[in-house]
Design a protein around this ligand. Structure first.
Ligand SMILES: Cc1cc2nc3c(=O)[nH]c(=O)nc-3n(C[C@H](O)[C@H](O)[C@H](O)COP(=O)(O)O)c2cc1C
Length: 225
């Protein structure tokens, strides 16, 4: 609304000022390398391209190279205790996991950089999945089987590898990530392949950038008038 001075009085006028329905992007980085990482390079470029396409976006960065806790005795006992019955100690055992779940829930778009380590994902990324896969919070069992409770998200996963081709028989990273994300309700997953099998680094980057451009073009802009 806008007040205008018209014929001696202040009048209320509706306006066409644009409001932004800003998207929240969550970047999960799992490379142990902080320099020269293909996944970090490509998730960064992807987020820049999404930002341009969406008009604007809030980006939350979760760098798993800083380390994460593992599921342990206290965590399991706390998770299987009803929230209202948890002791102070149990609440603190789940605090990191709760924060990661909140971060995921707040995101519209999740961008994951997943290097292949020993045919699968880095241990820190598995630790992240263990922290966000919470019975009754991010999934539940219903009469129809497991149901993911994290709805309405889109995920982009950049998978980098050395000699193994993405989605080949030796790639346990990509199918695992698709399954684990789908288990908590994230079914809309696009995989950007950055495998160096038979390619130079420049060829890998070019091919991944082409994929990113196509995917981002297909992403509807969210800016509303
Ligand atoms: C500890 C470790 C294990 C790796 N294991 C594999 C593997 O099993 N298969 C493969 O194709 N590449 C493997 N690679 C190569 C990485 O997937 C490749 O270098 C990728 O670019 C790493 O991602 P980044 O560049 O974002 O760090 C491994 C690299 C490291 C450091």
């Amino acid at each position: 609304m806008l007040f205008i001075f018209f014929k001696g009085t202040w009048r209320l006028r509706s306006t066409t000022i644009k409001e932004t329905d800003m998207s929240n992007i969550l970047e999960i980085s799992a490379s142990g390398r902080t320099q020269g990482s293909l996944t970090r390079q490509l998730t960064g470029e992807l987020i820049d391209a999404l930002g341009d396409q969406l008009g604007d976006a809030n980006v939350t960065r979760r760098d798993l190279a800083a380390g994460l806790s593992f599921v342990d005795d206290q965590w399991i006992a706390a998770n299987f205790t009803a929230p209202e019955d948890r002791s102070e100690e149990q609440r603190s055992a789940l605090a990191e996991s709760d924060a990661l779940v909140d971060e995921l829930r707040a995101a519209d778009i999740v961008v994951i950089g997943a290097p292949m380590y020993n045919f699968s994902i880095p241990a820190v990324l598995k630790a992240w999945i263990d922290m966000i896969t919470r019975a009754r919070l991010t999934f539940r069992y219903s009469e129809n089987g497991p149901e993911g409770l994290i709805k309405g998200k889109k995920a982009y996963v950049v998978v980098a590898a050395g000699g193994v081709a993405i989605d080949s028989a030796a790639d346990f990273a990509t199918p695992y990530l698709r399954h684990a994300l789908s288990f908590v309700g994230i079914d809309d997953v696009e995989v950007i392949s950055a495998s160096q099998a038979g390619k130079s680094t420049e060829e890998v980057l070019d091919a991944a950038r082409t994929q990113i451009a196509e995917l981002v073009d297909a992403q509807p802009a969210r800016r509303v008038a």
